[in-house]
Design a protein around this ligand. Structure first.
Ligand SMILES: Nc1nc2c(c(=O)[nH]1)N(C=O)[C@@H](CNc1ccc(C(=O)N[C@@H](CCC(=O)O)C(=O)O)cc1)CN2
Ligand SMILES: Nc1ncnc2c1ncn2[C@@H]1O[C@H](COP(=O)(O)OP(=O)(O)OP(=O)(O)O)[C@@H](O)[C@H]1O
Length: 198
């Protein structure tokens, strides 16, 4: 069996190996499919991410959300709170600047940032996932910490958490850690995997 670290390395290699034209097609298909799901249609405030390292690109979905007059956000690392994850609003033309990890963030004053619980839907990047809602990220625990209220209390309905990935990132079952936040679903270029009932 692969260790968690080896699985992460292998899955990051696989997603980086997707050829550019296939990646573009997958991102468009993912946008079309997720925008049909009630979890997306009902959401007004939605967090996306700026794709890098071979991540499936939510940009076509973000543009569609803006056209539907929804509010779009990108993750920012809050230096005042141990780099916990907050979400800054982004529109066409919002300037972006790379953070410490090289990931572009909106240059928007912190008074406009939101906590995850002030959003309707958070789309999370995935390194690997299973069909039961288990997720593996980059290993920083950023999303686990930002969404930890969902792991403890079933009555919390916001935000819904949906992971985005290529079909090739699915594994039969990921080990569950106590702090792991189960997803409500995963959208790939092929289908939507509904997970948690709550
Ligand atoms: N697009 C995207 N944005 C995101 C995340 C993500 O996974 N994807 N995050 C999800 O958590 C947060 C950032 N988390 C990250 C955690 C670890 C590494 C990382 O290990 N990066 C380098 C080494 C970075 C360095 O120190 O120079 C690496 O590729 O090994 C990157 C991002 C917030 N924004
Ligand atoms: N709620 C939490 N409070 C404190 N530490 C946490 C919490 N959640 C996760 N962590 C820490 O974060 C580290 C990384 O966790 P894990 O490997 O599950 O990250 P990940 O889910 O793959 O990454 P990410 O959430 O950034 O996409 C763990 O070692 C864990 O100790």
């Amino acid at each position: 069996m692969l260790t968690k670290k080896a699985l992460r390395r292998e899955m990051r290699r696989l997603r980086r190996a997707v050829p550019p034209d296939e990646a573009r097609r997958a991102a468009r298909t993912l946008a079309r499919e997720l925008s049909k799901q009630p979890v997306f249609r009902r959401a007004r405030h939605i967090a996306f991410y700026w794709a890098g390292d071979g991540e499936i690109d939510p940009a076509p979905l973000l543009l569609r959300a803006l056209r539907l007059n929804k509010h779009a956000y990108l993750p920012v690392l809050d230096p005042l709170y141990g780099e916990s994850l907050r979400f800054a609003p982004v529109r066409i033309g919002t300037p972006l600047r790379a953070n410490r990890l090289g990931i572009p963030e909106p240059e928007v004053h912190r008074r406009h940032w939101r906590h995850a619980r002030q959003l309707d839907l958070v789309l999370t990047p995935l390194v690997a996932f299973d069909a039961q809602g288990g997720r593996m990220g980059m290993g920083g625990g950023f999303y686990d910490r930002a969404l930890q209220h969902l792991a403890r209390q079933r009555r919390w309905r916001r935000p819904r958490a949906v992971g985005l990935a290529y079909e090739l990132q699915r594994v039969p079952a990921l080990p569950r850690e106590s702090w792991d936040v189960p997803l409500d679903g995963v959208q790939t270029e092929r289908r939507f995997y509904p997970a948690r009932q709550r």
